[in-house]
Design a protein around this ligand. Structure first.
Ligand SMILES: Nc1nc2c(ncn2[C@@H]2O[C@H](COP(=O)(O)OP(=O)(O)O)[C@@H](O)[C@H]2O)c(=O)[nH]1
Ligand SMILES: [Mg+2]
Length: 268
């Protein structure tokens, strides 16, 4: 686990809605235009991709992901790309940056984002997460601290990530200070997590947990349906036993999804 720190490697995954500045933030961190970042539908990221660079002597990898609530993307496809982001950052990212623009409204949908991330990645994930606010240039002299304290929804979002946040002005490409400060905050978080990273196993646990919940729900509904149907037709013991056998069969039939990605980062 400590190898990553020794090798100076920092693995970062960017998460958030479309248009919040994920790709622009990736470029700011890497200090080069690696990800397409533009207004308009042409620039929308629909695949997770990894880019890396040496930043202040650190080996930094950034994984950009498709936006949450993208109506043009099937939920299954979104899930595959989210899974890919974890595997691209194998053995698992050090930090998830949950991106929000400071100049946007913080609605109930925004407040739900950390919870959705928790549902996708498991309950450990917010320990490895930092809120990244973009568009600092549009704050107009207001401090981000005041913005957070004055807005209950915003405060709620930051609190869910243990109070960790950072601010970027992606228009100020030469500002290395803002990148170094972020790396510093990530280092502190890594230390707080005992040098560990969010692992593929945690993702697979979350995946299994979600699948189990879905399977349990479907199974319960199917069992209920069968039971009601059979009880309606005939209430004898024999029919009830037959229903139990059928329910058992359904239990066995459900299979789990397997993702097969290979680990890019090898540590010797
Ligand atoms: N003024 C300003 N614009 C930004 C900032 N960050 C991103 N943008 C712009 O916001 C738009 C969406 O950014 P993009 O990185 O494509 O968002 P993504 O969909 O989350 O990847 C682009 O036009 C960016 O240039 C920022 O800090 N300040
Ligand atoms: Mg993008």
């Amino acid at each position: 686990m400590m190898e990553n720190i020794r090798l100076n490697l920092v693995l970062i995954v960017l998460l958030g809605k479309t248009g919040v500045g994920k790709s622009a933030s990736g470029n700011t961190i890497l200090r080069k235009k690696e990800f397409k970042s533009l207004n308009g539908t042409n620039s929308v990221t629909r695949k997770s991709s990894e880019k890396h660079a040496t930043v202040s002597g650190r080996n930094v990898s950034v994984i950009d992901t498709p936006g949450f609530f993208d109506t043009q993307m099937a939920p299954e496809q979104f899930m595959i790309e989210i899974a890919r982001s974890v595997y691209l950052s194998c053995p698992g990212p050090h930090a998830f940056l949950i991106v929000f623009p400071v100049n946007n409204r913080f609605t109930d949908q925004e407040v739900e984002i950390p919870q959705i991330i928790e549902m996708l990645f498991g309950e450990e994930v917010l320990k490895y997460s930092i809120i990244l606010f973009t568009h600092e240039d549009q704050l107009q002299k207001m401090s981000v601290e005041k913005l957070i304290n004055d807005n209950e929804n915003l405060k709620n979002i930051v609190d869910q990530c243990g109070g960790r946040y950072h601010v970027f002005n992606n228009r100020d490409e030469n500002n290395i200070e803002q990148v170094n400060d972020l790396l510093q905050k990530i280092d502190t978080m890594i230390k707080q997590n005992g040098g560990g990273y969010y692992s593929n196993e945690m993702f697979e646990d979350a995946l299994r947990f979600r699948q189990k919940m879905e399977i349990d729900k479907t199974r319960k509904e199917t069992e209920e349906n069968i039971r009601t149907k059979i009880q309606r037709e005939n209430n004898s013991d024999y029919q009830t036993r037959k229903a139990a056998i059928l329910c058992n069969y359904l239990r066995v039939k459900h299979s789990t999804i397997q993702f097969s990605f290979t680990c890019k980062h090898q540590f010797q």
